[in-house]
Design a protein. Structure first.
Length: 351
């Protein structure tokens, strides 16, 4: 089985590549443009594996994508390449429209042309798996409700609107042209190799640097957290066993307020790397201006993927968060060079 993973140098894509490459029956091509969020260091574990190869390509380059599908005899495309950070989408939506919408359109075109040229037995096996987010559903009240696959789309941010548009394109390519697609919509991931502009790694590394820990608003917004390796297993199942035309919600059943996540990280660090003078890392928490259009609460009902594909998360949030904190404490070789770059300044348009 030959996989083409786009965005494989990112947080989730690299976990997917590491997971798939552990199966000697799979061959994996990682296609990534290497934006600020792409990092080949996340693939060090598999970079010399016999069943792994990398191509630096933009998903907007339809011809280059098609050439790679043909060269590597692809059976399954897993499309993870995207601009993924909500705050960046607010500061500058253009790249999100370009990669998440136009890029998805281009790779769908490449996939359709490739699929049409396959022999019948291969055609039946081919899948285009589009990896998406729970943010397309908008947000939920604090006091109840969960997203199911049928929840109407109501995205709030330029990021989630661009992902919603891409999901609609993928479904249209199935309904109109018959391309065998599957989709998945997942909640917030966390774990090793997470780029430190996102809440959990940002808080861990700011704390170690004795910098403020920025909590938007009152920290009352709720996210449903899933350990990234559990997501990678879910994605393999959706891609290989999912029914064409269907989508699957994936979530960790681990709802937490942002403030409680930040406080738990502080407590874990207090026990592992005590601060001088016996102070708690909680003293670094700083309540800052809220994100515009900040979705209140996300919660995923993952019963369909559990019932139809037999998936359940292995990691619970407390042990997963402890594993994540330990990983950052042990792997400065990975995050040190990233923290030295001015990636936040670049987002904020600074020199
Ligand atoms: P990420 O930002 O860590 O990685 C994105 C990767 O895509 C990077 O390696 C980047 O170089 C690459 N990329 C960006 N533009 C590209 C282009 N034009 N062509 C080729 N490669 C390009 O993102 P992530 O957090 O790993 O998310 C991966 C996917 O999963 C995204 O589609 C995202 O919407 C979705 N998702 C993420 C989460 C989450 O919590 N992180 C949850 C649900 C769904
Ligand atoms: O729900 C899935 C989504 O999760 C994915 O589709 C996105 O790609 C991914 O980035 C993530 O989006 P969020 O906006 O939820 O993640 P982020 O880590 O940016 O923020 C998590 C929560 O923490 C959110 O409510 C905003 C808040 N936050 C974030 C940052 C960066 C803070 O309070 N302070 C911060 O500094």
């Amino acid at each position: 089985m030959n996989f083409l993973v786009t965005g494989g140098a990112g947080f989730i894509g690299s976990a997917v590549c590491r997971h798939l490459c552990a199966n000697p029956a799979y061959r994996v091509t990682n296609l990534d443009k290497l934006t600020y969020a792409g990092n080949l260091a996340s693939l060090r574990q598999i970079e010399n594996a016999h069943n792994y190869r990398f191509a630096q390509v933009d998903i907007c380059d339809e011809k280059a994508v098609l050439d790679i599908m043909r060269r590597d005899d692809i059976d399954i495309v897993m499309n993870l390449a995207a601009e993924s950070h909500v705050d960046r989408s607010i500061d500058g939506p253009g790249a999100f429209i370009e990669t998440n919408i136009v890029g998805t359109y281009r790779i769908l075109n490449a996939a359709l042309e490739y699929w049409r040229g396959l022999a019948d037995d291969r055609k039946g096996r081919f899948r285009f798996h589009h990896v998406s987010t729970d943010e397309v559903f908008g947000d939920l009240p604090f006091d109840g409700g969960m997203f199911v696959e049928e929840t109407p789309y109501a995205p709030s941010s330029p990021y989630s609107a661009s992902k919603a548009a891409s999901d609609h394109l993928v479904r249209a390519w199935h309904e109109t042209y018959g391309l065998p697609v599957v989709l998945s919509n997942c909640s917030n991931n966390y774990g090793p190799y997470h780029f430190p502009e996102k809440l959990i790694p940002l808080v861990i590394l700011n704390a170690l640097d004795e910098k403020p820990l920025p909590v938007y608003g009152a920290g009352a917004n709720v996210r449903d957290w899933l350990f990234v390796e559990d997501h990678a297993r879910a994605l393999e199942l959706v891609a290989t066993k999912g029914t064409p035309g269907e989508s699957y919600n994936v979530g960790g059943n681990s709802e937490r307020t942002n403030l409680s996540v930040v406080e738990t990280i502080c407590d874990l660090l207090d026990s592992r790397r005590p601060r001088a003078g016996g102070k708690s890392y909680r003293d670094l928490i700083s309540f800052v201006t809220d994100r515009p259009g900040h979705d209140r609460r996300y919660a995923i009902d993952a019963s369909k993927i559990s019932r139809d594909l037999g998936w359940a998360p292995n990691e619970n949030f407390d042990s997963g968060l402890a594993r994540t904190v330990d990983w950052y404490l042990d792997n400065k070789w990975w995050w040190g060079p990233i923290r030295e770059q001015n990636y936040a300044g670049e987002r904020l348009g600074e020199a």
